[in-house]
Write a protein that binds this ligand. Sequence first.
Ligand code: RB5
Length: 170
Amino acid sequence: MKIALAADHAGFGYKDKIAEQLRAQGHETHDFGTRDATPVDYPDYGFVVGAAVASGRYDRGIVVCGSSLGIAIAANKVEGVRCAAVVEPYSCELARRHNDANVLALSERLTGWEMVERLVAIFMETPFESGGRHSHRVAKLAFGVAEQTKAEADLARGYVEGAQTPKSLL
Ligand code: RB5
């Protein structure tokens, strides 16, 4: 697969090791930076990997920052991106099986390297359970401004949480 990688100054060390891990497994990687400890802004790096994956030029993306959180929030701002910030194996597996996550966000300050190596392997190897309820739900994530406006209007009219969800989807 073709994998887009990026990190801020708090994550570039893991980003470089992840690139080595992926290349050793036969994947093609592209490094969108950063390459040293000079402080940079994590949104710039989340956005670029998000855009790279959303464009279809890369199959998946992996981003790293100090906590995993800021860069994940940034990546998820790009339409078409489903970025999961994970710290343990089961949520990583579910991010692929149920959410078809196309970008993985990792933390260099909070997660040890052995765990990160494992999370990368799970992210790369776990398939999406397509064709059933998960496909339907992931398709909903792609809804745009019109649906957002409708949801806001529904809330303003006093909808109770989940009230619009047909039982068949639960
Ligand atoms: C940088 O100090 C840190 O704030 C950043 O790497 C990340 O953790 C933000 O969410």
